[in-house]
Ligand binder design. Structure first.
Ligand SMILES: Cc1cc2nc3c(=O)[nH]c(=O)nc-3n(C[C@H](O)[C@H](O)[C@H](O)COP(=O)(O)OP(=O)(O)OC[C@H]3O[C@@H](n4cnc5c(N)ncnc54)[C@H](O)[C@@H]3O)c2cc1C
Length: 403
């Protein structure tokens, strides 16, 4: 694999980096002070400018209105956008909409794409993804309490979901529900169904308080309830019973997006740590950076970020050539490696900045609170460790049932 950045990647990196410095970083102090929802009018203006860069929804094929970057090129863009908490949102590449766009592109019918995908790509609406349930372990995705049963020409959905990111203000939810509880293969019991949020029986209970904040709009995690919500049978995404398979497919490229976003956060944290190390003096003429412990944080962070980035780019390269299934081990490994690298680098940067690192004068404190979830969502570390180790041990003769 050749890790050289193509001229196109170099130029899009430069374009986005300059845009971020000019338009996005200056928004951060107000974002920390006032919160996402209060800042929406300003964010909307910057979104219009971002649209003009030609990199709007860059991972979406051009025929659907995106910039059509292949995964290995979009990965670099995701890193640049990750350097600010709102980078992805401003370029319409934010989770969970990005993943929902990918599902609709791959599995949506023409009618579903016209009604939901195109407005999503244009940035006119937002969406959410409702799979996790308070009553069931999200780490076991085939164990769900939510059901959808056919009644005439409709699905009738009952269930309780939480951690539906961005549910506040979303126009529709993708609901993961059991449609065939008796299917012999547990992986074929559930399906994905599109539910407009104005459907009677769909109730947004509210935003969860997460790490001290309920957020608002896109920057929130919702609790929702399906109480006999009825939608047409035509709202099924893909084939019946394919919910688990679609969810797995969605997570392949999605993990590249997230991991590169985390590497962008690491780079920004690293930059803040190094800048501080040379200007903050412990005594006259003795900057922090002269201390070996601080030098160790810097060198170790550099090595870990570099290693994580190469792993993620390699996984993206493999997904592009062989698909997510073939690259499943790499995908698990990058998910846990990048999330842990993120946590270590953020911790060192905050430590190096001392009290300043705890204030909202930099995005470090925001990320410390909001990115702790990186080791939990899209599969907790332990789930990936478990999956990788079992696969390796099966190669040594351990039987499936024993694992
Ligand atoms: C910020 C954030 C955003 C999210 N957004 C969404 C969203 O938009 N839509 C959605 O549907 N869900 C979302 N989620 C939910 C997320 O997918 C789940 O939290 C995750 O899958 C874990 O499920 P759980 O919380 O039920 O934890 P559980 O499954 O109850 O697991 C608890 C803990 O058990 C441990 N564990 C699990 N399996 C193993 C194992 N095999 N061996 C050892 N230990 C193990 C892990 O440490 C894990 O953290 C989000 C979560 C967060 C934090």
């Amino acid at each position: 694999m050749d890790f050289t950045e193509s001229p196109r990647v170099q130029s899009l990196r430069t374009l986005v980096r300059e845009f971020m410095q000019r338009e996005v970083y200056p928004l951060e102090p107000a974002l920390a002070r006032e919160g996402f929802a209060a800042l929406l009018p300003r964010l909307s203006r910057v979104r219009e400018l971002a649209r003009g860069t030609g990199l709007w929804a860059a991972f979406v094929p051009e025929r659907y209105g995106g910039a059509g970057l292949p995964l290995t090129e979009y990965a670099h863009l995701s890193e640049e956008l990750g350097r600010s908490p709102v980078g992805h949102y401003l370029f319409n590449c934010q989770a969970p909409d990005a993943g929902n766009m990918e599902i609709l592109i791959q599995h949506g019918t023409e009618e579903q794409q016209e009604r939901w995908l195109r407005p999503l790509v244009r940035g006119e609406i937002r969406s959410c993804f409702t799979m996790t349930e308070p009553e069931h372990a999200g780490s076991n995705p085939v164990w769900l309490g939510t059901t959808a049963r056919r009644d005439g020409g409709e699905w009738v959905i009952h269930g309780h979901k939480w951690f539906a990111s961005g549910a506040d203000g979303a126009a529709f939810a993708i609901c993961m529900a059991v449609t065939d509880p008796d299917a012999g293969d547990a992986h074929q019991r559930a399906s994905m169904i599109i539910v407009p949020t104005d459907t009677p029986g769909f109730e947004r209970i509210g935003n969860l308080s997460v790490m001290g904040s309920r957020g608002g709009g896109w920057a929130s995690h919702g609790e929702v309830s399906y109480q006999g919500a009825r939608v047409p049978l035509a709202n099924l995404l893909g084939a019946e019973g394919m919910g688990f398979v679609i969810a797995q497919e969605r997570l392949g490229p999605g993990r590249i997006h997230h991991c590169m976003r985390w590497i962008g956060i690491c780079e920004r944290a690293f930059d803040l740590m190094c800048r501080h190390a040379v200007v903050r003096e412990l005594a006259p003429g003795k900057p922090l950076g002269t201390r070996q412990m601080v030098q160790q944080w810097i060198a170790e962070s550099r090595a870990e970020i570099h290693a994580a980035r190469l792993m993620v780019l390699h996984a993206a390269w493999r997904i592009e050539r062989e698909g997510s299934y073939a690259a499943r081990e790499e995908i698990s490994l990058i998910k846990l490696t990048a999330a842990r690298t993120l946590q270590r680098v953020l911790d060192r940067a905050i430590q190096a900045l001392g009290g300043l690192g705890m204030t909202d004068d930099t995005p470090l404190a925001f990320w410390w609170a909001h990115e702790r979830g990186a080791r939990i969502y899209d599969g907790a570390d332990e789930v990936h460790i478990d999956a990788v180790a079992r696969r390796i041990l099966r190669g040594y003769g351990m039987k499936k049932a024993q694992g």
